[in-house]
Design a protein around this ligand. Structure first.
Ligand code: ADP
Length: 195
């Protein structure tokens, strides 16, 4: 099973991804986690990505694509994967399409978690207090939302036109939202979900 979880920052992709990974037994690949790890280890990629991340801007496609290509080639992706935070631009989505085509592996599902801006800003405030993430201040949170609107939202149409998009209401308890996602996967087939 190969799926993509889309949604604005703070929409709960991370939380739902961890649950889906358990349920489906597939690898969870978070581009944000991979980038934060590169920054922490001070790799060449990390050094180049850092200032963009702290400003709430996107890291250049070229850097992200190199990182993702490498990650998707790892053995643990053979049985499927769940992408969280990637693709984030139409250019990234097209590049992902080409990568998967080379390996003849289609995507099974693209789900978007729908959450309005007000709710997102309040969640990000809560997360900042709880986790102290350096890109969670009010200004970068707004910047990340603006970047989502202009760069990532067009992906919804991109995948809708490809007949892959399923939209899930992202307001509610984590359990409720998880049930909705699982229901969507079951309704459209594309894999074993009762494991
Ligand atoms: P959130 O979902 O809260 O926005 P992420 O953890 O997904 O946060 O990403 C954190 C930051 O990492 C982003 O603001 C951006 O700078 C960078 N990033 C993550 N994924 C990508 C990507 N696919 N393309 C470009 N930049 C990315």
């Amino acid at each position: 099973m190969r799926l993509i979880l889309l949604g604005p920052p703070g929409s709960g992709k991370g939380t739902q991804s961890v649950r889906l990974k358990e349920k489906l037994g597939i690898s969870h690949i978070s581009s944000g986690d991979l980038l934060r790890d590169a920054v922490k280890r001070e790799t060449e990629l990390g050094k180049q990505a850092k200032e963009f991340m702290e400003a709430g801007k996107l890291v250049q496609d070229e850097l992200v694509l190199g990182m993702m290509r490498e990650r998707l080639e790892a053995d643990d992706c053979g049985s499927g994967f769940l992408l969280d935070g990637f693709p984030r631009t139409v250019a990234q989505a097209r590049a992902l399409g080409r990568m998967l085509e080379e390996d003849r592996i289609p995507l099974d599902h693209v789900m978007s978690l729908d959450v309005d801006d007000e709710e997102i800003l309040s969640r990000i405030r809560g997360r900042r207090e709880a986790e102290g993430r350096s890109d969670d201040n009010e200004e970068t949170a707004r910047e990340r939302l603006a970047v989502y609107e202009s760069e990532t939202k067009p992906l919804l149409d991109f995948y809708r036109e490809a007949g892959l998009l399923q939209e899930v209401d992202g307001i509610g308890t984590p359990d409720d939202i998880f049930d909705r996602i699982v229901a969507c996967i079951s309704a459209t087939g594309g894999g074993e979900v009762d494991g």
